[in-house]
Design a protein around this ligand. Sequence first.
Ligand code: FAD
Ligand code: NAP
Length: 248
Amino acid sequence: MPTEWLSGTVIENHHWTDQLYSLRIHAPGVTFEAGQFGRLALDIGEERIARPYSFVNPPDSDSHEFYSIIVPEGPLSSRLEALNEGDAIWISPQGVGFFVLSEVPDSDSLWLLSTGTGLGPYLSILRTADPWKRYKKIALVHAVRYARELTYRDLIEELTQQHKEQLTYIPFVSRESSDGALAGRIPAAIEDGRLAERAQMAFDSERAQVMLCGNPEMVQDTSSLLRNMGLARNRRSAPGQITTESYW
Ligand SMILES: Cc1cc2nc3c(=O)[nH]c(=O)nc-3n(C[C@H](O)[C@H](O)[C@H](O)COP(=O)(O)OP(=O)(O)OC[C@H]3O[C@@H](n4cnc5c(N)ncnc54)[C@H](O)[C@@H]3O)c2cc1C
Ligand SMILES: NC(=O)c1ccc[n+]([C@@H]2O[C@H](COP(=O)([O-])OP(=O)(O)OC[C@H]3O[C@@H](n4cnc5c(N)ncnc54)[C@H](OP(=O)(O)O)[C@@H]3O)[C@@H](O)[C@H]2O)c1
């Protein structure tokens, strides 16, 4: 029978803001495909509390990174936030889920749309060879409430430098004005053409694939808008253009 849990050790807990943090965990033997999530767990009282978290690191590494937000009164996220270097944590041995490029058809362009911590799986995917071989243009979109929540900027800058012709990074900040960021929400900027204009890419059923990750209402609202524009949900039995992952 496969082991349900591996024992990991926290290497680093990086705090980006009061609410946002990234945990790096040493746990040899964990396998996954970029875009998938694993489960993290802590023993709290008599219970083992587990939740899914997307891998931020690319596969084939002994340490694994997870990007999380503290949910006030959430049983696990606030405890993960308090972990320090050397602390023990449980991690599932295998990644799971279909939010992976091997499930996404080829096309000219690839939209990677996220809110909040939904940025994470794209940072794993973009550090593999696959996207750069299969899509001519890629837009990485990160929508947050406040500019300070536009995290992982150094890594994103490195990726855009490495793939100047292919990758465009587009931040959104919805609750304050921020230089260089689009204002408001993703669906509104698709509807009025601001997002396509900024990326110089279209939401076109013949030429684009769209991945959506994070806030379930964003995933829902954006998917239904895209369906009205002629795109279809991507299923194994009926390939389409919209592939989604909702975090709650
Ligand atoms: C497939 C999958 C992958 C996930 N990957 C991640 C990840 O990489 N990073 C991450 O932070 N979370 C991720 N989550 C959410 C995560 O599993 C937990 O739900 C979250 O960390 C809160 O845990 P909790 O026990 O404190 O509260 P919970 O009881 O699990 O959640 C309570 C409430 O918190 C809110 N919430 C949950 N997750 C988030 C979030 N990410 N951002 C904003 N509000 C949220 C929702 O309103 C939810 O109902 C993922 C969820 C799923 C289903
Ligand atoms: N971020 C914080 O400062 C903060 C503070 C306290 C607690 N929290 C905790 O974190 C959770 C929120 O996580 P988060 O900060 O990642 O925020 P979020 O509510 O998921 O917002 C992230 C981005 O998604 C946008 N969005 C929300 N609903 C959308 C929709 N239907 N369509 C398109 N875009 C949409 C938001 O725009 P809008 O701004 O227009 O909603 C924002 O730009 C809360 O539930 C709370 O538990 C966060």
